[in-house]
Design a protein around this ligand. Structure first.
Ligand code: KG4
Ligand code: ZN
Length: 334
């Protein structure tokens, strides 16, 4: 009998549902909450209310697009954490109710593990062991993956995430939220001629809060001399910020690869769309002899397909959870 998983993701500001059959993605629907843009960041209470409004239509659409009936679902996978508690509660409660009413197993999924598992949504799949740099608005981690569900965090950010660094820098430049894609676009016509400091963080951990302060002071000093400094140099400032963030990320990734001897290297998370990061991955990767993997963008940003793929591998091992599984805001392992 086919294993057909209904997957739910609601950890931040995307309500998503997907249907996975025997490890293949049949549908992956995402409703992104655009209303947070006006606040310059995700407002947790607004996000959880929007999840409540969106969850049933998004699930209906995922089932319809997959051509699957509710009665054909073998198990429900849901994001248990980490994320915003109010948002997670909506997906968790929906998944529990669905599993209860159809008397099928419930599978809890860790969101960070799922970002890595997004590499198994579509071939070609990376070989084990591989390293994954997960970079998004909320996460920055280097993970070592030895098997589908066997992973270890080698390094992570001590403060801001890489995407957050792009977004906060964009705010200082007067760009809208989220700013990563805009900085990327501006950087393509600019020259990285303004040097920003790289943090001296030991091991494989990251820090981006110092860069944020350096950008703030740099802009303040330049604006004191020329009030049009930002608008006259927007492309060059963007290129400089992007190059600094990308260099910080790639240097740690290279260190992780040399330390572990692992040369299969993957990217995950929304920031993996960044053209500078992709170019640098190819450039550094070419020199280091890496085999690189970057999933399609829809599997890089928050989506339920990655939850369903993780759920499928857990289903094969009968790793189910109880109805009393409560969401958690932080943590990698469940
Ligand atoms: O994975 P994601 O959609 O959501 C989570 O944060 O989990 O990632 C969103 C982040 C935002 O910080 C956004 O600015 C960044 O990804 N981003 C980019 C690009 N596209 C999205 N950052 C740099 N360059 C891009 N092209
Ligand atoms: Zn995420």
């Amino acid at each position: 009998m086919a294993a057909t998983i209904l997957a739910i993701e609601s950890s931040c500001d995307d309500t998503s549902a997907a249907v996975i059959c025997d490890g293949r993605v049949l549908s992956n629907c995402v409703s992104t909450q655009e209303m947070h843009r006006i606040y310059g960041g995700v407002v947790p209470e607004v996000a959880s209310r929007a999840h409540q409004v969106n969850i049933i239509p998004v699930v209906e659409m995922a089932l319809k697009n997959a051509g699957v009936n509710k009665q054909d679902i073998s198990a429900v996978a849901f994001t248990r954490g980490p994320g915003l508690l109010g948002s997670l509660l909506v997906g968790t409660s929906f998944a529990k109710a669905f599993a209860l009413s159809y008397d099928i197993p419930l599978i809890e999924v860790n969101h960070m593990q799922a970002h890595v598992m997004a590499h198994f949504a579509e071939a070609p799949f990376p070989d084990f062991p591989f390293l994954c740099l997960t970079v998004s608005g909320g996460h920055t981690q280097i993970i070592r993956i030895d098997d589908y569900l066997k992973m270890e965090i080698l390094g992570e950010t001590l403060d801001d995430a890489a995407g957050e660094a792009f977004d906060k820098a964009g705010k200082m430049l007067g760009l809208g939220y989220p700013a990563g894609a805009q900085i990327d676009k501006l950087a393509q016509t600019g020259t990285a001629r303004f040097p920003f400091p790289e943090p001296a963080v030991p091991g494989l951990n990251f820090s981006f809060s110092g860069l944020k302060t350096a950008i703030l002071y740099f802009l303040r000093d330049q604006m004191a001399q020329n009030s049009n400094f930002i608008e006259e140099n927007l492309a060059d400032i963007s290129a400089s910020i992007q190059q600094t963030i990308v260099t910080i990320l790639l240097k740690k990734l290279r260190k992780a690869s040399r330390q572990t001897g692992i040369r299969t290297v993957a990217l995950a998370g929304g920031v993996s769309a960044n053209s500078g990061l992709r170019e640098a991955l190819e450039k550094y990767g070419g020199k280091e002899g890496w085999k690189t993997f970057v999933p399609r963008f829809e599997y890089c940003t928050d989506n339920a397909a990655m939850i369903g793929i993780t759920g499928y591998y857990k289903f094969l091992r009968s790793e189910f959870c109880d109805q009393d599984a409560a969401p958690y805001a932080r943590g990698f392992t469940s």
